[in-house]
Design a protein around this ligand. Structure first.
Ligand SMILES: Cc1cc2nc3c(=O)[nH]c(=O)nc-3n(C[C@H](O)[C@H](O)[C@H](O)COP(=O)(O)OP(=O)(O)OC[C@H]3O[C@@H](n4cnc5c(N)ncnc54)[C@H](O)[C@@H]3O)c2cc1C
Length: 552
């Protein structure tokens, strides 16, 4: 039997649901947990605000009030309220956090995780399967796997270390990243139900706020229902998890799990910025080295991107934050390889559009570019280098955890009467110092390696007014951070909300620090870790109970 989908809009108002495990949100975090329970006999109910198709009214529930650094994208555009969540928008770039990200560092206040990076290795491997990525390897050992000779002279790893990201691949379309939602869950999942058009609006605890008793859901056409479960996991994303705790203030006025006023604080992202730009006409050598690579194995082709990061030694020596840079290319119009793609599409559809005609001309008039591309693809086994208008050195930086960078509740409300999130995102001088140092070190290294240097951005030297050069990357982190100390964190090492029995959180809101790596691989790994913990300790399946008896 397959997953059963129900729609709250067509059910009787006042319905009650019961499950062993209720998962709120069906993005990478929620569905990774749900999949782990398929066929276990544990009754799982996934509660999802959206449906299988986009709905603008539902999407409007994500509006925010912004009072901090201007956001690059409106929050109703950089999170997606649909079955499968924001994975329908993401680019699919994956890398794990580094060892240094987990350490308590004297120069990074509130740093240090209560779990080790090493303990996540098995979960990172498993997460890779959900995301359709290649081997769990992100360093120079990859050269051998790419079957490419390493560069003759390597970077000075004591200051700038080589890093790689890889790109997620959809299980039946290698040009798309993994999309959770339809097709992600196995066909046969009789113990999994999904309730769609169901917006969680309140978490109901006992009078003391120490035990989660039920959750309230509402549809946009006014239907309401109550859900009870032994364990409830919030998987609503880095902003919404905190908003839900704070807005659940009817029984506990400060909000659920907010007895120490930590919920919503420490909001971080990966501020992104342009460190500098290369002359596109002279950047071939650097684009070749710090470009894309292919790894072919029994699971097909995996695409990797090569970049550079501040070494942990230098971070410690100069009291800097973790950050990494890579090349970002703005393609030029009339690139013949782009034209090849549109020609292929035209041939497939049988429609010769004006674009396809222009494409054919671009191919015919640029035989050298096509020839070089073929040489790269079939002889060098590397992707083609496209024609570029701009080649930027782009950077993502970890943020200094700051309790005043935070999300609170706005006076404005959404259509369901829930207060909007009021976002006061802050960036510190340490972020600017860190990216500035990385930019200079990359220039020094490129000088030594005889590679063309970028022209650095002037704002890097500005003492004031530099903040707008950073943009958020839709990676909200830290608002329900993990710590064994309830005064410093919202969830404990098992992702259970401190002092609230039965309530768990998954997603980037539990990360105490942000690293520089895009978050989803870590989100999925941490979600699998939570699923295992629930399976073996909180909701033991019959098999686990038997195993435990045998061991005893
Ligand atoms: C343009 C873009 C590009 C990105 N690229 C990358 C990338 O390259 N690499 C990377 O690692 N990350 C990337 N990300 C971020 C990535 O998409 C997120 O990290 C990831 O989707 C988070 O997963 P999640 O399950 O925690 O939350 P989401 O995917 O946001 O899922 C949350 C789910 O909760 C549901 N929900 C929310 N509120 C409620 C409620 N009250 N009641 C019921 N359901 C609710 C939503 O409908 C949604 O389905 C990108 C994001 C964007 C916008």
């Amino acid at each position: 039997m397959s997953v059963k989908f129900r729609d709250l809009r067509v059910l009787d108002s006042g319905s009650e649901f019961a499950a062993d495990l209720c998962i709120v949100g069906s993005g990478p975090a929620g569905l990774s947990i749900a999949k782990e329970f398929v066929g276990t006999g544990v009754k799982v109910l996934i509660v999802e605000s959206g449906t299988k198709a986009e709905d603008l009214e539902t999407q409007s529930l994500y509006q925010i009030e912004n009072v901090g650094v201007p956001r690059e994208l409106n929050h109703s555009a950089n999170r997606y309220r649909i079955f499968g969540g924001t994975s329908h928008l993401w680019t699919g770039r994956c890398a794990p956090f580094d060892e240094v990200d987990f350490q308590a560092r004297s120069w990074v206040p509130y740093s240090g995780w209560s779990i080790t990076r090493r303990s996540l290795d098995p979960y990172l491997e498993r997460a890779g399967e959900n995301l359709g990525i290649g081997p769990h390897c992100y360093d120079e050992r990859l050269w051998e796997q790419f079957k490419v000779a390493p560069p003759a002279e390597s970077l000075n790893k004591a200051v700038v270390k080589p890093v790689f990201w890889q790109f997620s691949k959809h299980h039946n379309n290698q040009y798309e990243p993994a999309r959770f939602g339809q097709g992600f869950m196995p066909e046969n999942a009789p113990n999994i139900d999904v309730l769609m058009n169901a917006n969680v609006t309140h978490l109901n605890t006992n009078a003391e706020g120490t035990k989660l008793e039920s959750i309230e859901v509402t549809s946009l056409n006014g239907k309401q229902a109550t859900i009870r479960a032994k364990a409830i996991v919030l998987c609503c994303g880095g902003i919404e998890n905190a908003r839900l705790l704070l807005a659940s203030n009817r029984i506990v006025p400060q909000g659920v799990g907010n007895q120490n006023d930590v919920v919503g604080r420490f909001l971080m992202d990966h501020p992104g910025c342009v460190l500098g730009s290369f002359d596109p006409a002279a950047a071939k050598q650097v684009r070749d080295r710090f470009g894309h690579y292919w790894l072919d194995n029994s699971k097909g082709r995996h695409v990797y991107l090569h970049g550079m990061a501040l070494s942990p030694e230098l971070q410690q020596k100069e009291q800097l934050l973790n950050c990494a840079a890579y090349l970002e290319t703005i393609a030029a119009e009339g690139d013949p390889w782009d034209a090849v793609k549109s020609l292929k599409e035209a041939l497939k559809s049988g429609k010769i559009t004006p674009e396809a005609y222009q494409g054919a001309m671009a191919v015919l008039t640029q035989p050298h570019t096509i020839g070089y591309g073929l040489y790269r693809r079939y002889i060098k086994r590397r992707p083609t280098i496209t024609k570029a208008d701009r080649v930027d050195l782009y950077c993502h930086v970890e943020q200094r955890p700051n309790p005043d960078s935070r999300l609170t509740l706005s006076g404005q409300r959404d259509r369901l009467g829930m207060p909007l999130s009021r976002i006061d995102w802050k960036i510190s001088e340490q972020e600017r110092q860190s990216v500035r140092r990385l930019a200079h070190l990359i220039c020094e290294e490129f000088d030594r390696l005889n590679l063309p240097k970028p022209m650095l951005s002037e704002w890097l030297n500005q003492k004031e007014g530099w903040e707008p050069n950073f943009v958020d990357r839709a990676h909200p982190i830290g608002t329900t951070r993990m710590s064994d100390d309830p005064k410093q964190g919202v969830v404990d090492s098992n992702s259970q909300v401190h002092g609230v029995e039965g309530l768990f959180i998954a997603g980037s809101s539990v990360f105490p620090t942000a690293g520089h790596a895009n978050p989803t691989l870590m989100i999925v790994a941490m979600s699998l870790r939570l699923a295992d913990w629930l399976k073996f300790n909180y909701l033991p399946t019959e098999r686990v109970v038997k195993l435990k008896q045998q061991v005893a």
